[in-house]
Design a protein around this ligand. Structure first.
Ligand code: HEC
Length: 156
């Protein structure tokens, strides 16, 4: 009986000891490191331009004026980075997002209408429901700034 208890306590202490020793081999602390290394290794290779130069750094949203930053975050996916209605999501949409360079459209709508569409969304004006309402997300000032930006595209 005694020796059984002795053997059990010996086993228990061995177990505690080995768990303690194993701690320094815990692989989890290397997981993040190896994940980071994997990400670096899989980064797309930067290609040189046709002239053999290093391509210009992509414009970070923080580098541009706040209205452009809003446009890039909220509108460009549909209306395209340069307002031509050809954003990545445009292919799946029918009717297509407005091309802001369309002078016929520019001449047809006044600023108040554009402000209204931006605030209430396309559906409120009998347009596509894919054009979201931004009234709750953008401030009045931001909406007016976006209208100005859209008008600049109308002049080019
Ligand atoms: C999910 C896609 C999507 C996003 C995001 C989006 N739009 Fe649109 N937008 C549309 C579509 C689609 C139309 C076309 C509606 C139609 O012709 O029926 C449209 C139309 C418009 C029009 C023209 C309205 C008219 O009277 O013809 C304006 C102006 C406009 N969008 C501005 C914006 C701005 C500014 C943003 C960002 C704050 C934005 N849109 C974000 C899809 C989008």
């Amino acid at each position: 009986m005694r020796s059984r208890i002795k053997a059990a306590s010996l086993l228990a202490s061995l177990l505690i000891l080995s768990v303690g020793c194993m701690e320094q081999y815990d692989p989890r602390r290397f997981w993040k490191q190896s994940k980071d290394e994997r990400e670096i290794a899989h980064r797309p290779i930067q290609k040189l331009t046709a002239k053999g130069e290093i391509p210009p750094k992509e414009v970070a949203v923080a580098d541009v004026d706040p209205i452009t930053a809003k446009y890039v975050s909220f509108c460009a996916s549909c209306h395209g980075e340069d307002g031509k209605g050809n954003g990545v999501a445009a292919a799946a949409l029918n009717p297509k997002p407005r091309n802001f360079h369309d002078s016929a459209w520019q001449g047809k709508v006044d600023d108040a209408h554009i402000v209204g569409v931006l605030e209430k969304g396309g559906e409120a004006y009998g347009l596509s429901g894919s054009m979201p309402a931004w009234g709750g997300i953008l401030s009045k000032g931001e909406i007016e700034g976006l209208v100005k930006k859209i008008r600049v595209w109308g002049k080019k």
